[in-house]
Design a protein around this ligand. Sequence first.
Ligand SMILES: Nc1ncnc2c1ncn2[C@@H]1O[C@H](COP(=O)(O)OP(=O)(O)O)[C@@H](O)[C@H]1O
Ligand SMILES: [Mg+2]
Length: 219
Amino acid sequence: MTLRISNLGKHYGDAPVFENVTLGVEPGEFVAIVGESGVGKSTLLNCMAGLDSWDQGTVTHDGTDIGALDGEACALWRRKHVGFVFQAFHVLPHLDVAQNVSLPLMLLGQHRQPGDASRVAHMLEAVGLPGMGTRLPQTLSGGQLQRVAIARALVHRPALLLADEPTGNLDPTTAAKVMELLIGQTREHGASLVLVTHSESAAARADRLLHLTASGIRA
Ligand SMILES: Nc1ncnc2c1ncn2[C@@H]1O[C@H](COP(=O)(O)OP(=O)(O)O)[C@@H](O)[C@H]1O
Ligand SMILES: [Mg+2]
């Protein structure tokens, strides 16, 4: 399932954010995006997930024209195919950790399938939060919340993994562990990984490193 961005442009009123952004990400490929603060990295990831709109160009995933989907169709596509690690976590405060992680499975109607609880437990173990499923988010640190968000983004094995500075709040050891998970999902399950990062060590592991500027994206 290839992600293809063609000639994407976005502006707020008269203020352009970016233009002429063209890139493709193949299954199993890991692309890192760097760029100055405010250049539109988060906006671009949101466009890739169909969470934001754009003014020029197209986003397609496995041939599906994401811009042509209506809100509901886009939500269904996203549910099935996208894992998104938001910069601000967006962990739901009234759900415990295990419920947060199993949310994608629940939305896909897979949460009562055999093995679901063990899949959630396995994800929590993989992000270094074993046995913390019954904790509420308010009892976790920033780094722990970020790992809950990462477990949630991976639990349904999405084909498209979008991560916005996912190691920003983590110590180097935990950051390396999280990168292993994201890269593992990419290599083993053929996901396409797009990672926005300020971390040189994370970017160094990418197949391609791209720089986003106001006038386009380049190697
Ligand atoms: N709702 C909005 N209205 C106007 N400008 C916005 C809005 N949201 C974001 N922007 C602007 O779009 C630009 C890109 O933001 P963002 O994608 O968050 O950048 P980055 O993630 O690279 O730091 C910024 O200059 C920001 O101020
Ligand atoms: Mg950002």
